[in-house]
Design a protein around this ligand. Structure first.
Ligand code: NOJ
Length: 550
């Protein structure tokens, strides 16, 4: 494990849902051995870090985010030895692996909760119990479609218990020192087993205090600082990525001083604005949120994404923006879930390659470490007939055989997609590999291009003024590199010229692009003082200063 604290800045992540990836033992569920069989594919994508969704035993009422035993592996997935084998395989290929750590809550099936509801085993106050359901009234309900309160009645104990998510996911009581110590033991267990870090689920909600919204509390920050120090002692430089779905100003404190809290945090509010910008044909939503994104400690990093295993969350937008997003991207009620949209990337783009590429081009040139969600690299679709978020978690499509190369079982944990636009007959890895112009091969080139530019990822970032509101112009600079990425959000061609004063007098080369209109070709050179923009609908062009100091 490297101790270079900045190694993650240039990384690209891949979110891998083990159940969906590859079923090695033929029981219809993807497993760790299956993921091991497919590591070459992941390596060849060019990514550096795999984020594995929860692996622990669970009744699966929230797909493993309802943990019933923190120290082993769900039998569907295999064994701890299978995970060791996967970690070895990944490390041998230069890949790092992080797992989900669900600290905020357990499953109600967890023996801790079972003991707590019976006041047994010293577990009396391992959860948040109350005689009435009126406390902490200012805390919002997150899963609005299924829960009406953060309190549920437990007939066994004769009290209410607190939960920020599903009622079967009681929140642990972090005021209890035994809970804190036990969670640190859990962290030690996985780090010593060989994982390279964690994606920390739902961390804003660890504590509750009357008169607050029970999010981002001082006590929560104090415990996360304890977590960071503990992790650094065991595995210096471990990858800790916090799921903090908040406005940038409320997220900033989670970075701490840069070394004492969480080094990587998702930038949630930028995500819906990329989609909104695309829908409106205007770069303004992106500018709006970036202007409201404070500087972060130099040792830290935002993590950006287009889609993930959840609904496309619309928590961090205004009511008006949410209405616009629903009308544009989720016209049918079945497409909506909680405060979001339960669709995958390709269908959200109407399977339109230019829009898919443009979003990825933005993702790879924004400040931060990008994450790709499994299947999006081949343009997989979704299944709106499946409940909750399951429609975006269907089996990976490796080929067009009956089990799509995912499984030999007749019945799989979720059906393969049958949609002609995005089912395995049309969309699969084998076909994509044969076609040099496929989305998959384009994504590979995109990642390779991003990784070759020192200015992207670890560099300094600015969104430049643009003569045309349809254009998002990003400047990234590092000691020996400079990249100007121009994105046309509009569905019509754009022709103009740009001045990049920070690079005045410098010769730039158009190194990477798509939908370049007449007058724009890869390889062309121009002065940064008058950079020609000739982009077709949803086109993009990355200019860079080859090998010279920026
Ligand atoms: C966030 C996870 O991404 C989501 O899938 C889960 O349902 C909630 N946390 C609760 O753990």
């Amino acid at each position: 494990m490297t101790t270079d604290v900045n190694w993650w800045k240039d990384a690209v992540l891949y979110e891998l849902y083990v159940r969906a990836f590859r079923d090695a033992d033929g029981d219809g569920h993807g497993d760790l051995r299956g993921a091991l069989e497919r590591l070459d594919y992941v390596r060849d994508l060019g990514v550096d870090v795999l984020w594995l969704l929860p692996l622990s035993p669970s009744p699966l009422r929230d797909d493993g985010y309802d943990v019933s035993d923190y120290l082993s592996i769900h039998p569907d997935y295999g064994t701890l030895d299978d995970l060791r084998a996967l970690l070895d395989g990944a490390h041998a290929r230069g890949l790092k692996v992080i797992t989900d750590l669900v600290m905020n809550h357990t499953s109600s099936d967890h023996p801790w909760f079972q003991a707590s509801r019976r006041r047994e085993d010293g577990k009396d106050d391992w959860y948040v119990w109350s005689d009435d359901d009126t406390k902490y009234a200012e805390a919002r309900v997150i899963f609005t479609d299924t829960e009406s309160s953060n309190w549920s009645w437990d007939a066994v104990r004769g009290q209410y218990y607190w939960h920020r998510f599903f009622h079967h996911q009681p929140d642990l009581n972090y005021d209890n020192p035994d809970v804190r110590a036990t969670m640190l033991d859990v962290i030690r267990f996985w780090l010593e087993l060989g994982v390279d870090g964690f994606r920390l689920d739902a961390i804003p909600y660890l504590y509750q205090r009357e008169g607050t919204n029970c999010e981002n509390l001082t006590e929560t920050h104090a415990f996360l600082k304890e977590v960071r120090a503990f992790v650094e002692r065991i595995k210096p430089g471990a990858f800790l990525l916090g799921e903090v779905n908040q406005w940038p100003d409320d997220t900033l404190p989670y970075f701490g001083d840069g070394f004492d809290e969480i080094p990587l945090l998702f930038h949630f509010p930028v995500m819906p604005r990329l989609w909104k910008a695309l829908a409106e044909g205007s770069a303004e939503p992106i500018r709006w949120i970036l202007e409201r994104t404070p500087a972060i400690p130099p040792s830290c990093q935002w993590v950006v994404f287009l889609r993930n295993h959840d609904e496309l969350t619309l928590e961090m937008v205004t009511d008006e923006e949410r209405a616009f997003m629903y009308a544009h991207y989720a016209p049918e009620p079945v497409m909506r879930l909680n405060v979001g949209i339960r669709r995958r990337l390709a269908p959200l783009c109407d399977f339109d390659r230019p829009r898919i590429e443009l979003l990825h081009s933005l993702l790879m040139t924004l400040p931060g470490t990008p994450i790709l969600y499994y299947g999006d690299e081949i343009g997989m679709g979704d299944d709106l007939n499946l409940p909750d978020r399951n429609g975006v978690r269907t089996p990976m499509q490796w080929n067009d055989s009956p089990g799509a190369g995912f499984s030999s079982a007749d019945v799989t944990y979720a059906p393969l997609l049958s949609d002609p636009m995005s089912g395995p007959a049309r969309v699969n890895v084998a076909a994509a590999e044969r076609d040099p112009e496929s989305l998959l091969n384009w994504v590979r080139r995109l990642i390779a291009t991003r990784k070759a530019r020192a200015a992207l990822g670890g560099g300094n970032f600015a969104m430049l003024p643009s003569p045309d509101p349809a254009l998002a112009v990003f400047l990234s600079t590092s000691e020996h590199d400079a990249v100007v990425a121009v994105h046309n959000l509009a569905a019509e061609p754009r022709q103009t010229s740009l001045a990049v004063p920070a690079l005045a007098g410098r010769q730039l080369r158009l190194g990477f692009g798509g939908r370049l209109a007449q007058g724009g070709t890869v390889g062309q050179e121009a002065l940064a003082d008058e950079l020609p923009v000739a982009l077709g609908a949803h086109g993009y062009a990355w200019w860079w200063a080859d090998g010279s100091d920026a």
